[in-house]
Design a protein around this ligand. Structure first.
Ligand SMILES: [Zn+2]
Length: 109
């Protein structure tokens, strides 16, 4: 695992609803229950994506891409799974050393 640490906060509920377990914002991870290694790795991949896009552009890109995909798929959950940042995180979340050998801007296809 990468040495970079992310603070984890347990909260009761996430603003996106019950389909979601955790969110990473500005390097902090908010979760409704303790995360296993794979779930934590997923959120840490988002932390790396956010850092390299300097945070605010990441969130703008994320939301705009999600909205475009919502129109395309007419399904907000399917749209979510097709966001490039989610695709990278889901594809590599089981590789717990991924962040040690990840290339920058890896989500660009
Ligand atoms: Zn994700």
């Amino acid at each position: 695992m990468s040495k970079r640490k992310n603070r984890i906060y347990l909260i009761k509920r996430l603003p996106m609803g019950d389909d979601f377990l955790a969110i990473c914002l500005f390097g902090m991870i908010f979760a409704v229950r303790p995360l296993n290694d794979v779930e934590l790795n997923h959120e840490r991949i988002h932390a790396a994506q956010q850092r390299e896009l300097l945070y605010i552009p990441f969130f703008l890109w994320y939301v705009v891409e999600w909205l475009v995909l919502c129109v395309k798929y007419r399904d907000r959950l399917k749209a979510y799974y097709h966001i490039r940042f989610e695709q990278e995180a889901y594809r590599h979340q089981k590789d717990l050393s991924y962040l040690n050998h990840r290339h920058h801007y890896r989500y660009q296809q």
